[in-house]
Write a protein that binds this ligand. Structure first.
Ligand code: MV4
Length: 445
């Protein structure tokens, strides 16, 4: 609970984001990097940098022993995991604590509970969040799947308990599809996660993905920082996020945030977290999953609340009390984030690693670009293809869109193909401009 030096167990833009927050708090930083990242900005911006292995993640950013060793050698008494890699690995959080290193995140039992999607749903329903109608717990036999479906009606969706983020899901619209889907889903879940447990829900068509950012301290206080609309995604990869959501008015926001806060309070959640909801076309909302990490899209929340979420997360880990009062959280204006990936939208979004030969940073009022790229940077093929997050803020959604279009025209990344032209198309799309969006937007555009 007392540390002056943080090790960042991550790379790319989020490693930079965490290093900056730590330096503002006058904390020292240690970067870890793989052989593919020896020229990376995160290794240069940190006070110290330790090479932890070769390029493959398993031998570097996922290698717990090497990361703990780097912390011990440098005397870092805290580790921030960022997102991805080890961020939601409960064993890693436990090992940190048993080595006397503060894990900057929630308690291992909360990571574990939310990682099991059946347990998460059960826990959150107990805490008062509405769950999507379906099986309570896992289904062992086909006849149970049939019985529950008789009660709730088709279409239904089968999900893996160990899944999440869309992995191992199957939709069924008839008894035949349910029979086949059940067996396939079970086999796939067993093969992919070593856990064949499956649960069933009513399938909600064309929903919105709306999530609430929360912060909980070590003394039982939880606050909500408004919602994010994350419906613009492709194959379960978010492309654009915004805050607030056009589908949420003051009354609905109060209900969403009050229930998210009550749920997090009732489980004694600590650190930054996100409660994800599915919202149907009648604006009913249901608990979907809880993410127990800092998320890629946290900057849109920062831009509308003025709150540095990473700094708050570090302060909470230091044992500070949350000083922000819920009444003081105000959403000012509108923020949109476009994820810029090194991918080719013309070729089914295949990753296109390579060397950036020229880079111009978009700038000006209301523009933020969280990135680790620079001219001369070579994007390694071993990691995800996110190369930057363009976040634009405006007094209104229309102004945020106008700024985003302007910034997407101003930015120059030469040498590789990126998703920038695809984002320009979305910003011009009448349905996007109207705010008439759902998780089906990309496939329907
Ligand atoms: C659903 C659903 C419709 N009905 N559950 C996808 C990711 C995983 N977290 C859960 N997901 C979904 N669950 C029911 N009962 C539709 C999706 C879904 C989705 C959800 C959020 C964002 C994008 C999505 C894309 C396809 C399907």
């Amino acid at each position: 609970m007392n540390f002056q030096k943080i090790l960042i167990a991550n790379r790319g833009e989020i490693a930079l984001r965490i290093i900056r927050a730590a330096h503002e708090l006058r904390l020292k930083t240690v970067a870890v990097y793989s052989a593919a990242d020896s020229e990376s900005l995160h290794a240069r911006l940190a006070d110290e940098a330790v090479c932890i292995g070769p390029a493959p993640s398993k031998e570097s950013y996922l290698n717990i022993t090497r990361i703990i060793s780097a912390a011990e050698i440098t005397g870092a008494k805290a580790i921030h995991p960022g997102y991805g890699f080890l961020a939601e690995n409960p064993e890693f959080a436990e090992i940190c604590e048993s080595c006397g290193i503060t894990f900057i995140g929630p308690q291992p039992e909360h990571i574990r509970a939310m990682g099991d999607k059946i347990k998460a749903k059960e826990t959150m329903e107990k805490a008062g969040l509405p769950g999507i109608p379906g099986s309570h717990g896992n289904i062992d036999h086909m006849r149970d799947a049939r019985r529950i479906t008789k009660e709730i009606g088709y279409p239904v969706i089968l999900k893996a308990a160990a899944g999440g983020g869309g992995k191992g899901m199957r939709i069924a619209r008839s008894d035949e599809e349910l029979d086949a889907g059940f067996r396939i889903a079970q086999a796939e879940a067993k093969a992919a996660f070593g856990d064949g447990r499956i649960y069933l829900e009513k399938f909600i068509g064309k929903p919105r993905h709306i999530e609430v950012q929360i912060l909980g301290d070590n003394y039982g206080k939880v606050i909500a920082l408004g919602e994010r609309e994350c419906s613009i995604q492709r194959r379960h990869q978010k492309l654009i996020e915004e805050s607030p959501s056009v589908a949420v008015d003051e009354t609905l926001r109060r209900r969403l945030t009050l229930s998210a806060v009550a749920a997090a309070e009732s489980i004694g959640y600590r650190s930054a977290g996100t409660i994800e909801f599915l919202m149907d076309q009648d604006k009913n909302f249901y608990f979907m999953e809880m993410n127990t990490r800092i998320q890629v899209e946290h900057p849109v929340t920062e831009m509308v609340t003025g709150i540095d979420v990473v700094k708050e997360q570090i302060n909470i880990a230091l044992g500070d009390r949350l000083k922000i009062m819920q009444e003081d959280v105000e959403l000012r204006g509108h923020a949109i984030e476009c994820r810029i990936n090194a991918e080719d939208p013309e070729r089914n979004f295949v990753p296109v690693p390579g060397k950036i030969v020229f880079f111009h940073m978009p700038q000006g009022i209301g523009v933020r670009f969280d990135t680790h790229i620079f001219a001369g940077h070579v994007i390694p093929s071993h990691y995800d293809s996110l190369i930057g997050k363009l976040i634009c803020h405006g007094n209104s959604r229309a102004e945020a869109i106008a700024r985003m279009k302007r910034a997407l025209e101003e930015i120059v990344i030469e040498g590789i193909t990126t998703t920038i032209p695809f984002h320009r198309r979305i910003m011009e799309h009448p349905k996007y401009v109207e705010g008439n969006i759902s998780t089906n937007f990309i496939e329907e555009m």
